[in-house]
Design a binder for this molecule. Sequence first.
Ligand code: ASP
Length: 342
Amino acid sequence: MTTKANILLIYTGGTIGMIKNFETGALKAFNFDELLQNIPEIKLLENNIDTVSFERPIDSSNMKPEFWLQIARIVERNYEEYDGFVVLHGSDTMSYSASALSFMFENLTKPIIFTGSQLPIGDLRTDAKENLITSIQIAGLQRHGTPVINEVCLYFEYKLYRANRTTKVNAEHFEAFDSPNYPPLVESGVHLSVNHEALWKPNRRRQMKLHTGINDQIALVKIFPGINQSLMEHILSYEGLKGVILETYGSGNAPTEDWFINLLKQTINKGIYIVNVTQCIGGSINMGQYETSSQLKKIGVVSGRDLTTEAAVAKLMYLLAQDLSPKVFKTIFETSLRGEML
Ligand code: ASP
């Protein structure tokens, strides 16, 4: 006998639930109940679905860590009662939020699936219905009474991805996301094809733990040909700065000019972490492969390996709140915690 899975649908905002302001033509978030009325199909699903909404739904460009915590608290409060969670979220910052939640939840043994859409649910050509309905179905997948998915994921346009491997790659196509360094976990065709090999394998004896600490005193710096000393000095002298994500070229390469290396070295000596991630869409940091990255390795830059920038931001904010010694911080950052890196 199969039992119906209990799914909690959490609405935070995003295009999926927006309507057009007829005066300005701009899209803005609207009421969640109206949103549900646009998807009568939801009642045909086998799962029991309850819903909860942000009091004021937001465009995800207004997302911030306090809202990550709000989503996390909703999941935590309802963790025992539900078999899976589906978070409706704007696509613009979905990879950041979903990555953040993947670090905040340790020993997750249930799915938290983020989804949204490129067109509002009320639009005739909307992609919202498929995204929402399949996300709910995947969140409800069970095997021998336990959830098949046990991690934070992102579902969009027929593919379920590990959330902390995703990045938004297209503002126009329905296929808005990609997971360049990790295969999809589920592909939705006539059947749902689950890539069991790729799934996170939880230890069910361990208790789920929510880490609520997030330190957002960080900077994200993308280097470019011609980046100059005073700009870098300004950024790195920001008071309170605790960590920097440096988006470098290729496999982690950067200018070798003395001012650049010395500035990074002084910053690291002040106790500020510098994490190297690539500007490339796929592939990994490999400091030491070229002369243009050997110095970075030598001065103690942390390798972000094959992390997406979104996951690097989330991991940095999460680990900065843990109060680790510099050596431990570097070791832990360079270790995969939730399947986010090689
Ligand atoms: N601006 C919207 C948001 O991120 C875009 C979307 O939902 O796709 O909230």
